[in-house]
Write a protein of this length. Sequence first.
Length: 305
Amino acid sequence: MRVVSVGEVMIELVRGQDGRFALGYAGDAFHTAIYLSRCGASVALATALGNDRYSDEALETAAAEGVATDLVLRIGDRVPGLSLVEADGNRNGEIWRDTSPARQLFELPGWDRVAEQVVAAQYVYFSGVTLSLYSNVGLGRMLAALEFGRERGAKIAFDSNWRFACWRGDDQRARAVFSEALRRSDLALPSFEDEAKLWGDASPAATVERLTTFGVREVVVKNGASPALVHAEGRTVEVPVPQKLDPVDTRAAGDAFNAAYLAARMKDEKPEAAALAGHRLAAEVLQHPENLMPGPRRAVGEKRH
Ligand code: ADP
């Protein structure tokens, strides 16, 4: 029984204070997979990479964190997407991902094996960025796998993580694709800022209302330093952050929140306790300049789920 996290791993170059770039690996589903593993969950990453040394290194990074890599397809003569991140406080930069192997996950030889494992998972986790990668053929296969998985008892967890650039400004397509994903989701973990921009939601409560209309039974609306709004088991409650922080770097905080929330729910913790665990892990990540803060895997010695 495991979580399958579906998405992309990119090469990431982050500019340091000295102006030089340091090499790492990034991607929302990748971060969440690693933080899930650190939280003690059994997790596999489903993506596609090239056959180059950087693809090898990205896989080694995941494997060293205890993330299973048996659902990673490889394409020869292709390299992963690339993200450049500036040290300008806002972490602006550029991304090259038009030819990312991850875009073809559900069209490459072996896609059916990936789909079978999505169907067999206990939880499937993916984001709106994941969905923005695929062609209509790929999307159809992914959505069908979610549906079959659900019929077999898999729980589907989705963070819309809306980014204007991922959708090339096509908000209508983003909304249409997200609607299809939401109709197949058990748990939605959006950020209020993203939902307000894409759907015009006036408040986190409006986001909860809109998402439950799609049939999503559990909704957690993250809202920066403001309380998360948690709707589950028919109740809606605010879960405040334990402490408001002045973040060093906000990247991957939402991904870490999602991982800790999911890991806690897999251990049958209550939604409010899970949200608090999410806040706590996000707070740690906010205080580090890296997406993947240093630290031993939390799974060591713990029971795996
Ligand atoms: P995302 O990073 O996905 O855009 P948010 O900005 O809503 O999402 O932040 C994700 C989580 O990070 C929040 O739910 C909260 O737990 C934590 N967080 C964000 N900003 C702060 C802050 N200033 N102080 C404390 N916690 C924060």
